[in-house]
Write a protein that binds this ligand. Structure first.
Ligand SMILES: [Zn+2]
Ligand SMILES: [Zn+2]
Length: 58
């Protein structure tokens, strides 16, 4: 049996920029609002993450 195993460690950034540019970086941050994973650079970036939290709040 192959192909159905879950790999929780291999999560990649699901952010998509306004120009439809994908991101291949490994994701570090999970957003409970949209249920998607983002890399550290894109999690707070509203251009990639539509419900990004306000910046300046670490
Ligand atoms: Zn989100
Ligand atoms: Zn990313």
């Amino acid at each position: 049996m192959t192909g159905t195993a879950l790999k929780p460690q291999e999560q990649t950034c699901q952010g998509v920029s306004r120009v439809d540019e994908p991101c291949d970086h490994s994701a570090q941050q999970y957003c409970e609002r949209c249920g998607q994973w983002f890399c550290r650079a894109h999690y707070p970036d509203p251009e990639w993450h539509t419900c990004a939290p306000e910046q300046g709040h670490v």
